[in-house]
Design a protein around this ligand. Structure first.
Ligand SMILES: CC(C)(COP(=O)(O)OP(=O)(O)OC[C@H]1O[C@@H](n2cnc3c(N)ncnc32)[C@H](O)[C@@H]1OP(=O)(O)O)[C@@H](O)C(=O)NCCC(=O)NCCS
Length: 202
């Protein structure tokens, strides 16, 4: 073995009481297409415009391969959420993405998340994000997590509040969503341990 070769980080599997989170790969592409098709109307008011082919298997096979590569390079951690103890290829209940990672002295990222409409209101997203955020700080070595939401998305605001995110501002015409520029409430959560220096990856 080459001792000088960089060690690749292990793909995390996070277990909570009711859920399992994994970094999605090509084997999850079919499930992702299904999740998106079955939640089209539910997610439309909160999603930026989709690229061409967004609901196709080809798109997600490519996307999931990129997701794995980006994870090993420390550029994103895109988690798929399923029921704990179920079929590892069973229905996708939701996803949460730590993306647009900026390392160095900022050590930040953006968090996005969505849940199947049939399982909302059970505390699943708070539970999933609790574990994912712990990992983002300790395992993925981030200092700060930013999450922004449209003021009318009160449910999303409550998730963030429950998790300890604080409101940092209000951005007008922040993001193009559902056919128009939408104002957003800007929130963030900082590493609770107060790191001595910017963490490095891996
Ligand atoms: C926002 C979204 C992810 C919230 O998912 P969720 O699983 O319902 O959220 P939570 O995990 O916080 O669940 C909390 C709700 O479950 C209820 N609940 C039931 N059992 C619970 C339990 N055991 N533990 C905690 N909460 C429980 C709570 O009362 C709470 O209801 P409330 O928010 O109406 O007060 C989901 O609504 C969604 O996908 N929305 C569309 C996409 C979206 O908006 N994404 C974010 C863009 S910024």
């Amino acid at each position: 073995m080459n001792e000088d070769a960089p060690r690749l980080p292990a793909l995390p599997t996070l277990n909570t009481e009711r859920l399992t989170l994994t970094i999605g790969g090509p084997e999850d592409a079919t499930g992702m297409v299904r999740f998106l098709r079955e939640n089209r109307a539910h997610l439309a008011p909160w999603d930026p415009p989709h690229p061409e082919g967004f609901e196709t298997l080809e798109f997600w096979l490519r996307q999931m391969a990129l997701s794995r590569r980006d994870f090993t390079e420390g550029r994103s951690a895109r988690f798929i959420i399923r029921a704990r103890g179920g079929d590892p290829r069973g229905p996708i209940l939701g996803r949460c993405n730590f993306s647009n990672v900026i390392r160095g002295p900022l050590g930040t990222c953006f968090l996005g998340y969505s849940l199947d409409h049939r399982v909302e209101g059970r505390g699943y997203m708070t539970e999933a994000l609790g574990a994912a955020i712990d990992y983002a700080f300790e395992g993925f070595k981030l200092h700060r997590i930013q999450a922004n939401y449209i003021p009318t998305n009160e449910r999303s605001g409550r998730v963030l509040r429950r998790l300890g995110f604080t409101i940092e501002g209000y951005a007008r015409d922040y993001l193009f969503i559902d056919g128009a520029w939408r104002d957003h409430i800007l929130t963030a959560l900082v590493h609770p341990g107060g790191l001595d220096a910017p963490p490095t990856w891996p």
